[in-house]
Design a protein around this ligand. Structure first.
Ligand SMILES: NC(=O)C1=CN([C@@H]2O[C@H](COP(=O)(O)OP(=O)(O)OC[C@H]3O[C@@H](n4cnc5c(N)ncnc54)[C@H](OP(=O)(O)O)[C@@H]3O)[C@@H](O)[C@H]2O)[C@@H](O)CC1
Ligand SMILES: Nc1ncnc2c1ncn2[C@@H]1O[C@H](COP(=O)(O)OP(=O)(O)O)[C@@H](O)[C@H]1O
Ligand SMILES: [K+]
Length: 499
């Protein structure tokens, strides 16, 4: 607890010092009855000894006794939160330079209630200057990222021992601000426990991104078959094929109506327009912008071929309704929240109660796992944070994008990038050359890891494209155009001397 409190106090001191002198600056700790409150009070005691004016708002009649004693001994002021004074204490707290949210930690069941809930709701409206959450924002479920409102949005969350899943999955991630990890000496015992959520780092991405060997040719690089677009949604075909080409695929075979093919070829003359399914491919991309019987039929036939030949498939948008009874893990479904709800409702194993888009947005981690488990596929759930669940339940989570990416066609670009990576990497995934093993990715979870690479490349490309316009808006086409730069710079991170 002392290590946790020390780490928390250091972070608060550093942040406050970046705005004003520490001595004389004020901090208010909101302390709950459990150990989380104890951490907050111990941290505030350290800050009081460093000359800060400290106030503790006690949210329960009895709080951590030793921590409270240390806080009082250090000169801290104590006020008791009661039924009638929540608003008054919210105004008092909002006046301080920093608020430490130590109401609830990992031991919480459900969210804040009564006076603490009132306090936090009022504080949120008063827009405090700086909020540092102790371990996690109070009201957030550490394991699922589910949020029980009200929650005080943190600028920084100082978390202990390991980054909790709930800090990396929406909607929790959206409340946590920047997450900083403080080591408290229990990490070794955590190593044996497989992490709930995993985020790939720059060098992981560099390691997993496929690279052409010196003697590569276009067929050995991987060919992607694409059934996307339709007369109505021709743009989806053009975007996904172009993105696949920019993500380094050896070749694209496009299957679709002539009107869409014309647009595809005008945009990407490198692609081939095929009128039947006879050309060999290493992976399929099915569904983006697919509409109408004829194109759905093409997607269905390609899906059947993929099953027969054991080929990996990206299943997007229109093709999500064409799943076999049980998918292999190398079928990667790419729904957004609404599509995931529809998909779950179409599965006999979901049961009577219908899942809504809101349900998925409130508990994305839960539902992405459920979909992967029920379908057998790898499921990539799109959103501000993208979650990829392997059917084993291991989840990767990437969140490098920008909200400007919420624009039409952005998902088609992601599908193209993922298809391109699948076509290139299918062989090396099946016969790992050591890259996945080096990153401790189980064989069963390699498809999910590669899908996470695609999500990460896509998110970074969006951020880079927006940065080109000083953080301004972007089109889906601009995301695609930035993909080669992202792959180039990440590949440079790859250190071939890694074990
Ligand atoms: N190795 C470790 O684990 C380390 C842990 N550390 C720290 O400990 C924190 C976890 O501490 P914790 O277990 O005491 O839980 P925490 O959330 O502070 O309080 C739970 C208490 O609150 C109550 N309560 C529950 N739900 C409630 C609600 N909705 N609304 C109101 N009350 C509610 C419940 O009481 P009950 O409902 O049973 O009366 C229970 O007694 C963790 O986040 C980290 O900061 C670090 O020091 C480093 C090492
Ligand atoms: N707020 C956001 N922040 C970051 N990325 C986002 C955000 N909203 C959406 N995205 C990303 O943009 C893409 C949108 O895909 P999708 O909903 O399928 O759009 P479309 O069907 O128009 O192509 C996904 O990759 C998603 O992760
Ligand atoms: K907290």
């Amino acid at each position: 607890m002392q290590r946790a409190a020390y780490g928390l106090a250091q972070a608060v001191a550093r942040e406050v010092k970046s705005i004003r002198k520490l001595a004389g600056a004020s901090v208010t700790v909101l302390a709950g009855k459990g150990n989380n409150g104890g951490d907050g009070l111990f941290a505030a005691a350290i800050l009081a000894r460093r000359g800060m004016r400290t106030t503790a708002v006690l949210a329960a009649p009895a709080v951590h006794q030793e921590a409270l004693a240390a806080f009082v001994a250090a000169g801290g002021r104590v006020v008791q939160l009661e039924a009638g004074n929540a608003e008054e204490l919210a105004v008092l707290s909002a006046g301080s330079d920093c608020i430490i949210d130590a109401l609830l930690g990992t031991g919480a069941r459900g969210g804040l209630r009564e006076a603490p809930a009132e306090l936090v709701a009022s504080l949120q409206e008063l827009r405090p200057r700086l909020v540092v959450a102790c371990d996690l924002p109070s009201g957030l479920d550490a394991n699922s990222g589910e949020v029980h409102w009200p929650v005080l949005d943190a600028d920084i969350t100082v978390t202990f021992g390991g980054i909790k899943a709930g800090l990396m999955a929406d909607p929790g991630e959206g409340c946590a601000g920047r997450v900083e990890l403080v080591a408290i000496g229990i990490e070794r015992s955590l190593e044996s426990i497989s992490p709930e959520l995993r985020r790939l780092t720059d060098s992981d991405l560099g390691t997993l991104l496929p690279k052409p060997g010196r003697r590569a040719h276009k067929y050995s690089r991987g060919v992607l078959g694409v059934v996307a677009g339709s007369a109505r949604f021709a743009g989806a075909a053009a975007l996904s094929v172009h993105a696949a080409a920019l993500a380094g695929v050896g070749m694209v075979r496009y299957l679709g109506p002539q009107s869409a093919a014309q647009l595809v070829l005008a945009r990407t003359p490198e692609a081939l327009w095929e009128t039947d399914h006879s050309g060999r491919v290493q992976a399929w991309l099915l569904g983006s912008g697919v509409d109408g019987e004829e194109q759905l039929q093409r997607a269905k036939e390609a899906g059947a071929l993929a099953l027969a030949d054991d080929l990996p498939v990206v299943v997007d948008a229109g093709a999500l309704s064409l799943l076999p009874e049980r998918c292999p893990a190398h079928w990667i479904l790419t729904p957004h929240a609404g599509e995931l709800a529809t998909l779950l409702n179409s599965l006999p194993s979901t049961g009577e109660v219908k899942v809504t888009r809101d349900d998925v947005e409130s508990r994305p981690l839960h539902f992405v796992r459920q979909a992967a488990e029920q379908t057998g596929a790898t499921v990539l759930l799109k959103g501000a944070t993208t979650l990829v669940s392997s059917p084993s339940g291991v989840v990767f989570n990437q969140s490098e994008g920008t909200a400007w990416m919420a624009t039409a066609g952005s998902g088609d670009v992601l599908a193209g990038v993922l298809g391109a990576l699948l076509a290139q990497a299918a062989e090396s995934i099946r016969h790992d050359d050591g890259a996945y093993a080096a990153l401790c990715v189980d064989p069963a979870d390699r498809w999910a890891a590669l899908a996470a690479v695609a999500a990460s490349v896509h998110g970074r490309a969006g951020a880079l494209a927006s940065a080109d316009f000083d953080g301004g808006p972007i089109t889906a086409s601009a995301i695609a155009e930035a993909v080669p730069r992202v792959i180039g710079s990440l590949s440079a991170e790859y250190d071939p001397t890694r074990p």
